[in-house]
Design a protein around this ligand. Structure first.
Ligand code: ATP
Length: 461
């Protein structure tokens, strides 16, 4: 692809550059005072150490988008790459981050919490460091170049210059850097036409082998296109589809697939991302039995669901049976807990749906609901608006269903401490959900009813 000319960085550094100044003012407006001061601070210390610090990748993209849309910076974390005219080592970024931490820790920048809250982490092996403020993370890395030994392999990394660092990235819109040193503060380094693609709303890879080198970029393309409502650039789309046809996902580890897939499922607009993936045949690797188009048109309104990615995964595999879902759980290397949420839902949902469809008595239905994990119930709620009210009532009851009596009360009733306590309290919880015990009376009355229930249904050992 055509590479845009790198801006002339040898401008007269003693006279202020009007272009930078405009950017500086705009940047402050978009970023807000806090981010602006942090970035200025990083640049000042880098310059003192004869290094060059850049804000790179996502934050630059979101900053420029904020400028275009006259909005505010939506991102939270800042990615900093440290470079130098001379040779750099793996420790270059770590040392700069350490110095900043020593300055910021006793005197946190404006808007940041007190010193105990500032944390520092080093990942020696990767040559990276992180400064953590509550709610804000700043990652530091040295500028690097990458080589792929074979398609899908993890890249071999070596120190490089900032240009190398930008050419190793996924899309033009993510390969932008903004200098932070005071002499050139705000200067944009755009080697691949990223700013232009941002304006046009295009997802554009840097070379034709990009998806073969790293197939997770297919998922990332869906994520950014879905999130910003961008188009996939023409050639990029051809290469992307070719890669999917070659079954490239099989060349990467399941863990890497899992990570990017979960990131998609956490996207606010995950439906749009999945629409794209589905239209490219990109869901077949997860399971060839997923019929996403059918799911969205027939069963749930096109809308975005915030919250739990497991709820979104349940929606994605809505038409799969238990065994097919087990396969998905394997492909996505779900943890035991996550697997349980998916499979328990798959196991019990058919019974719940049958009870709902056949208008079984409410207490019967609620008893079934209690078999479902929380995510399974939310899944039912968002994918079957028809039963919204029943589920909402169930939720209300569930929130108030904790037993009022406790271990002390059971002891007084003559029960010996042991597993029976848990059993009794759990039973009260269930009976309150299904409506056999009250939840809306004064506490004293509820307690009386619970005690009466226990003496009637549980025998003393
Ligand atoms: P988000 O707003 O979702 O955090 P981000 O662009 O910051 O988006 P990250 O996954 O944190 O996303 O990646 C940070 C940067 O690292 C990207 O902007 C991109 O430049 C680069 N990057 C991440 N993953 C890849 C990849 N698979 N191939 C090439 N570059 C990548």
């Amino acid at each position: 692809m055509k590479i845009n000319k790198v801006r002339d960085k040898n401008h007269n550094q003693s006279s202020p550059n009007p272009h930078n100044k405009v950017r500086g003012v705009l940047m402050k407006k978009i970023l807000g005072k806090k981010f602006f001061q942090l970035l200025k601070g990083i640049g000042q210390i880098a310059q003192r150490e004869s290094l060059t610090a850049y804000l790179v990748g996502g934050p630059v993209r979101d900053l420029l988008l904020g400028m275009q849309q006259n909005g505010t910076y939506g991102g939270k974390d800042l990615d900093i790459v440290v470079s130098a005219g001379r040779e750099i080592t793996k420790n270059t970024a770590i040392n700069l981050a350490k110095e900043l931490f020593q300055i910021w820790s006793p005197h946190p920048p404006a808007g940041e919490a007190g010193q105990k809250e500032v944390k520092f982490r080093v990942h020696q092996h990767f040559g990276t460091a992180t400064i953590l403020f509550p709610g804000l993370q700043i990652d530091f890395a040295f500028s690097r170049k990458e080589k792929y030994a074979y398609p899908g392999a993890l890249p071999e990394v070596a120190p490089g210059n900032i240009e190398d660092d930008l050419y190793r990235r996924d899309f033009t819109i993510n390969s932008l850097a903004m200098e932070l040193n005071p002499d050139n503060f705000g200067e944009l380094l755009d080697l691949t036409g990223g700013e232009n693609d941002l304006k046009k709303g295009l997802i554009h890879v840097l070379h034709r082998k990009s998806f073969l080198d790293d197939p997770t970029r297919i998922l990332r393309a869906a994520r950014f296109a879905g999130r910003y409502n961008f188009q996939i650039e023409k050639k990029t789309l051809v290469w992307l589809k070719e890669a999917i046809k070659k079954n490239v996902f099989s060349t990467i580890s399941r863990e890497r697939f899992r990570e990017e897939m979960i990131t998609i499922l956490k996207e606010k607009n995950f439906v749009s991302c999945i629409n794209l993936l589905s239209s490219w045949g990109g869901l077949d690797f997860l399971s060839p039995s997923i019929h996403w188009e059918t799911i969205q048109t027939s069963n749930f309104k096109l809308q975005t669901f915030g919250g739990d990615w497991l709820v979104n995964l349940l929606l994605l595999i809505k038409n799969l049976n238990y065994m097919q879902s087990e396969d998905v759980a394997r492909r996505m290397v779900l943890t035991r807990e996550e697997r349980k949420v998916i499979l328990e839902t798959k196991k019990h949902l058919p019974k719940v749906l049958q009870a709902l469809r056949k208008n079984y008595p409410l207490d019967y239905i609620y008893r079934y609901f209690t078999l479902l994990p929380e995510q399974g119930i939310i899944h039912l709620e968002v994918s079957n608006p028809r039963w919204e009210n029943i589920i909402a009532t169930f939720h209300r009851r569930k929130n108030k269903a904790r037993a009022v009596i406790n271990g002390e009360n059971l002891k007084k009733l003559g029960f010996k401490p042991g597993p029976i306590y848990k059993k009794i309290l759990e039973r009260i919880y269930q009976e309150k959900i299904v409506g056999n015990l009250p939840i809306n009376l004064p506490k004293k009355k509820i307690k009386e009813k619970e005690i009466k229930f226990v003496t009637k249904h549980f025998a003393l050992a």
